[in-house]
Write a protein that binds this ligand. Sequence first.
Ligand code: ATP
Ligand code: MG
Length: 412
Amino acid sequence: MKGGSEKGYIVGLDIGTTKVCTVVAERTDSGLSIVGMGLAPSQGMKKGMVYDIERLSQTIEKSISEAEQMIDTKLEDVIIGIAGEHISGFSSEGIVTTPTGVITERDVKRVIDSAKINNISPDKQIIHIIPQEFVVDDQRHILKPVGMYGRRLKANIYIITGNLHAIKNLIRACERVGLNVRNIVLQSIASAEAVLYPEEMEIGTVLIDIGGGTTDVAVFYNNSLVHTVEVDLGGNHITSDIALRFGISRATAEDVKKKYGVANANRVTEREIIQGIKRAGPSQLVDISRKELAEVIQLRLEEIFDRVKVGLDSSPFPKFIRNAVLTGGTSSLPFIEDIAEKILGIPVRIGYPHDISGMTEVENPIFSTAVGLVIYANKNAPVYESTPYSSGKGFFSRFREKVKQWFAFLFS
Ligand SMILES: Nc1ncnc2c1ncn2[C@@H]1O[C@H](COP(=O)(O)OP(=O)(O)OP(=O)(O)O)[C@@H](O)[C@H]1O
Ligand SMILES: [Mg+2]
């Protein structure tokens, strides 16, 4: 039923490698209030790609129905996050001269048309067109150029695309359980809404979301997303390393990591021993040195941050990245800031969803994306009310819709 949005509910669905998380927010006079949530262990999803649509649908249904029970309402319209190696971002530039010397809406449309999106292959779909700046004659950093005097108008835009089939499969997984996908948002853009402060987005900040299967990196500068990096490593690799190193099952390793794990081996002493951990196989127990455990964790984290650093160095704005914010489940590892700071060479903080009213349980880095999705949807209300995505929709109609959204932003 359409009741979900009519009642003022906004539903964010974060389909991750380890969990499918639903967050329901209600629009109130004083802003958004979180009124419902659902959480189910993820199945059928790996590194942002669907590999078992039936199992994924079941997980989505479970997560959604938990939230439905909380608010006693059937939910139908959702906004979903997307991430993974199939996502890519690139800059594009358009340039036109203005016939009258004053910039009109038509000139802005022309400059976007001229920023030809030639290089997108048919197996890709546009997810975001992000205005970074307009340049009027030689004046830079202009966001709304209409009405300004100028002979030459240049547009710098950042385009995010994803694999068409990966996107369709995600939508299909939702549709199979009766959900309409209202919008698709890059997970990093959503997480940034929930955890970054406006001034951080302005001065230059990198948001690093270390999840289970992937680490999604997004650089914000001058209030805009300017660069993205995907690293195909996350907390699950740490769990596997621990299981392998100490000969314990993955489930036990996951428990040990969460209970005793720290990111910096210098922060624990040799004397700390975790006793009686169950080994894989028939009832054998093993004692684990907490320092050795930390060494395993630290080694993998160093690899992750090294890869992040390489990705950041290839950014067009490496010098403008003033600080880093870590989020996602793996950022809960104590002293992870030490390792990030050492490798990235900038101040690091942990980002939680903040300024949330209603259910404060969501103030945990594993909920950053889901909370961010509802904040994003609330800010982009007209977009949210637009025609739902459908798994059958073609690339060009989607592109036109995105351009329409951009115009809505520019001329608002
Ligand atoms: N308290 C904790 N200490 C250490 N690690 C944790 C903790 N809580 C969660 N994790 C780890 O965080 C990871 C899951 O994070 P998150 O929920 O952000 O991932 P996801 O969104 O499902 O995955 P992805 O974004 O990669 O698709 C798992 O590897 C889990 O072990
Ligand atoms: Mg995630």
